[in-house]
Design a protein around this ligand. Structure first.
Ligand SMILES: [Zn+2]
Ligand SMILES: [Zn+2]
Length: 187
């Protein structure tokens, strides 16, 4: 069975050199849907608690929210960093609190202090799915990722390969046989 969680992500981007309106800077509310698959953990009668999927995923997804997402070769990148630098917000600001955990993968690098994600490829809905899978595949048993943004949508199925031992009391993944939430021990 699957536990399904949804995220709203507000972001700005453009497709550098794309022959269409999307080569101009613009914004979206993107909707990301994560489907986590497993057996039902009998103790809690759940695959995985959705609020826990929220916590794990949002910790990295926060990087895309109220953020600017640009391709690494986009000349807007140095121009914007220059403005942020002069304004004194490039390395953070007191009001910039909802920051995600910085990350760097093959496909994307997050700079939470500047609310910026630099990508290798254009951040299309397909591109976002590839980035998110890379970020979360070792943290959750992902069976499907769907991303919609304006009239664009894409979805990808995955075959979950991890075996996840979950706490019969809270449903979260055990770390070395111990529940990080309630301290339950598997003997
Ligand atoms: Zn767009
Ligand atoms: Zn527990």
């Amino acid at each position: 069975m699957r536990s399904i969680t949804r995220f709203d992500i507000q972001y700005a981007h453009r497709f550098y050199k794309f022959q269409g309106e999307a080569q101009y800077l613009h914004g979206h509310t993107g909707v990301l849907t994560l489907e986590v698959e497993d057996t039902i953990e009998p103790g809690v009668n759940m695959v995985y608690p959705c609020n826990e999927i929220q916590k794990v995923a949002w910790n990295v997804l926060k990087n895309f929210d109220h953020a600017l997402i640009l391709r690494e070769d986009d000349p807007l990148l140095p121009a914007i960093l220059d403005v942020y630098e002069k304004q004194g917000i490039r390395n953070g600001a007191p009001s910039n609190k909802m920051k995600g955990e910085a990350f760097r993968t093959e496909l994307a690098t997050a700079y939470p202090d500047a609310r910026l994600v630099v990508t290798k490829e254009s951040m299309t809905v397909e591109g976002m799915i590839k980035i998110v899978y890379e970020l979360l595949k070792d943290k959750l048993n992902i069976a499907r990722i769907t991303f919609t943004s304006g009239v664009n949508a894409a979805t990808q199925e995955y075959t979950p390969t991890r075996t996840v031992d979950r706490c019969p009391l809270c449903g979260v993944e055990l770390v070395n046989g111990v529940c990080p939430k309630c301290g339950y021990r598997k003997h």
